[in-house]
Design a protein around this ligand. Sequence first.
Ligand SMILES: [Zn+2]
Ligand SMILES: [Zn+2]
Length: 344
Amino acid sequence: MKAMVLESLADVSTNPSPLRWLSIDEPSLNPGEILLRVTRCGVCHTELDEIEGRTPPPRLPVVLGHQVVGTVEGIQSRETSKSTVQIGQRVGVAWIASACRHCEYCRSGQENLCAEFQATGRDINGGYAEYMKVRADFVHPIPHSISSSEAAPLLCAGAVGYRSLRLCSLRDGQSLGLMGFGGSNHLVLKVAKYKYPKSNIFVFSRNASEREFALSLGAAWAGAIDQNPPEELDAVIDTTPVWGPISEAMKGLKPGGRLVINAIRKEELDKDVLLKLDYPSQLWMEKEIKSVANVTRVDVREFLQLAAEANIKPEFQEYELKDANQALTELKQGKIRGSKVLRI
Ligand SMILES: [Zn+2]
Ligand SMILES: [Zn+2]
């Protein structure tokens, strides 16, 4: 089968072609696994973190991609009668590829924090390929009203965005800030407008076209990262790869407000801004900082249902699988409008 393969780590700003277009063996199934014929795979900023070594794959070569939509072509069931997945069914695979299911986290609905958490497209081969294999109990049926291209970005950008919004503990009418406006936060804006119709949403972005895009989707205000919003914010979700926005967000929070960081890793570039945090204005008054780690299967399934019910669809651009390097380079350069999806 054809796949775009990561053979060695690279800096995407100096190497615009970190993945190679190769023919590799089709995966062979172990008990409990299914074979997917991949049709779409979303491109996520986390792939840049993997390629550039901030969250490196444990083994190379590896096939990246964790927003996978495909058709079930093979089932190697432990107990056939127990499997709810059918041949020919359209399913999605998200960042969570497996967890132990026995630890305190797995037993309390926090499998995203499991020490044995395995990620799709990092710890196992992902969806930048014609086929992938995955555990049958870690796939998600895609609602009929959502096309495969629309479903791909919902599986990470959407589902992790949904988890980030949940962690904000917002009430309807409270104000929400979004730092960065790419694949994830543009979906968070749509979800927030549906769940919290009385809330105003304020978008901060480094580039003017993203700010315009945010206003066109119903943001109450859009400004640069260091601009003051017209009112103090109850919660902010940060999806940027750097630290400056954290400092800015903490200035704009209300007493008791919460900043939720939706990023698996931050770049080191401007980390020194943290040394300049001003305790009275940026941290005191019970302001909180919380990160989002991974995603649970419940997050993904709840979000797919909500997306179908509220008709939440991502804005996306499509690329052929062999053009994955181009999609990743554009993502690195900040050329973003909505989400990027590979067609396979
Ligand atoms: Zn992702
Ligand atoms: Zn566990």
